[in-house]
Design a protein around this ligand. Structure first.
Ligand code: AMP
Ligand code: GLY
Length: 427
């Protein structure tokens, strides 16, 4: 029986811990640093998630048979390399492959070399304001300006006017907006169309697409207001047909993995393809090197095969077990704190969680909570992800929102339109 260490403390990591604990081969799931939801699954241990050596040392101390690293920061910093250097099996890409998310300029260069459909783009560095402005002039609205480096999902400006785009260029290049992460930036053509997240399991040789999901990035109903980490998701996605997935695998994911291999880089773990389904076909917006959050909260509950097996086989470089999904649909509604995303308020008492969790088809994943005696407090921007599964999307949606209605704290905010259009489009 296996001991698994899950590194992270968000809704995604709670979901991974929950999915791993369901495996008949797993005896214990240890979380680091974890959250109150993960504490109900197993022990939580403190760790500095930004320190690969601390993660590797902890995996040794708890004698983990497998370590699953949830977030991009430790992956880009080399957590998997540090774990492997100590002889520990680790799920996720090594630092050389995680650079796909660590540098958008490099990702774009790889994608262009691989001939993958993506937005027209150019990268600019210190002092290149004039060249950046000239490139903006050659594009139309919407203008898209991105930090090269990691910016916790906030480094992308999608703006309607040239003035706003120029302001973003100035703020990024000066380092005022995002420090070093922004001193190199990427400007790209604005793409239009529905977005899709395709998470792909990789073992260094083979690539297996998981069921597609759709994320809701803006804070407000009808895709209004600022971008967030993601306010909800659902799966399956009616527009993401088998043909769409096959096309994305053939034209984007496999050529990208081949291009990495040509450069001596092997990709293991989850490759997250962020796509826009444009009139000209699917185009890559970005690659992430980990599960999406909150996409993970709807993809993992739909998995019929053993998540632990898949993670072990990916980490070991050899898929053997078939990936299978339930026919059930899943939806997750993120409950966020007042003031999210700019300045979330914390410390509010969460009510009604137990009743919500007792409802049919509901599991609530913790994203930003804290225990205080027998009370549960808000402790972050995204606080909970209420996930419902059901035989069809409409029923899942009703279940999720019925559960949400029973949960409250002062200032709680959430979107009312998660999966609404998809349900309305169904026959
Ligand atoms: P990213 O962090 O790269 O996922 O970007 C965050 C969000 O910005 C995406 O989910 C899209 O909604 C939007 N975005 C990024 N790149 C583009 C683009 N080229 N055209 C239109 N929207 C984009
Ligand atoms: N939900 C978007 C992300 O995980 O990057």
């Amino acid at each position: 029986m296996a001991r698994v260490l899950v590194v992270g403390s968000g809704g995604r990591e709670h979901t991974l811990a929950w999915g791993l604990a369901r495996s008949p081969e797993v005896s214990e799931v240890i979380s680091a640093p974890g959250n109150p939801g993960m504490a109900e699954i197993g022990e939580c241990r403190p760790v500095d998630v930004e320190d690969p050596n601390a993660i590797a040392a902890l995996a040794g101390a708890v004698d983990a048979d497998l370590t699953v690293v949830g977030a991009e920061v430790p992956l880009v910093a080399g957590a998997v390399d540090a774990l492997e250097a100590r002889g520990r099996l680790a799920f996720g890409p090594r630092a050389d492959a995680a650079h796909l998310e660590g540098s958008k300029a490099w990702m774009k260069e790889v994608v262009a070399a691989a001939g993958v459909p993506t937005a027209r783009h150019r990268a600019f560095g210190a002092g290149e304001h004039d060249a950046a402005f000239a490139f903006l002039d050659s594009l139309g609205a919407p203008y898209v300006v991105k930090t090269d480096g990691l910016a916790a999902g906030k480094g992308v400006a999608v703006v309607a006017s040239l003035d706003e785009a120029r302001d973003a260029v100035r703020a990024y290049l000066s380092g005022d907006a995002f420090g070093a992460a922004g001193r190199t930036l990427v400007i790209e053509e604005g793409l239009v169309g529905p977005e899709l997240s395709l998470l792909v399991l990789c073992d260094g040789r083979d690539a297996i697409p998981l069921q597609p999901a759709q994320d809701f990035k803006r804070i407000g109903d009808g895709d209004t207001g600022p971008n967030t980490g993601g306010m909800g998701a659902y799966s399956p996605v009616p527009i993401a047909t088998r043909e769409v997935v096959d096309e994305v695998m053939a034209k984007a994911v496999r050529p990208t993995l081949d291009e990495l291999r040509r450069r001596g880089i092997e990709y293991r773990g989850v490759l997250y393809a962020g796509l826009m389904l444009t009139n000209e076909g699917p185009k890559i917006i970005e690659y992430n090197v980990r599960f999406g959050d909150p996409e993970c909260q709807v993809v993992v509950p739909r998995l019929a095969s053993d998540l632990y097996r898949h993670c072990v086989e990916s980490a070991a470089g050899r898929f053997e077990t078939e990936v299978r999904f339930l026919d059930d649909a899943a939806i997750t509604v993120v409950l966020a704190a007042e003031g999210y995303p700019s300045s979330p308020r914390t410390g509010d008492v969460i009510e009604g969680l137990d009743d919500a969790e007792a409802r049919e088809g509901i599991v609530v994943f913790h994203a930003g909570t804290k225990r205080d005696g027998d009370r549960l407090l808000t402790a972050g921007g995204r606080v909970l992800a209420v996930t419902a599964t059901a035989p069809d999307l409409a029923t899942a949606r009703t279940r999720a929102y019925d559960a949400v209605a029973g949960i409250s704290w002062p200032g709680m905010q959430y979107r009312r339109d998660i999966a609404l259009a998809a349900v309305a489009d169904q026959p």
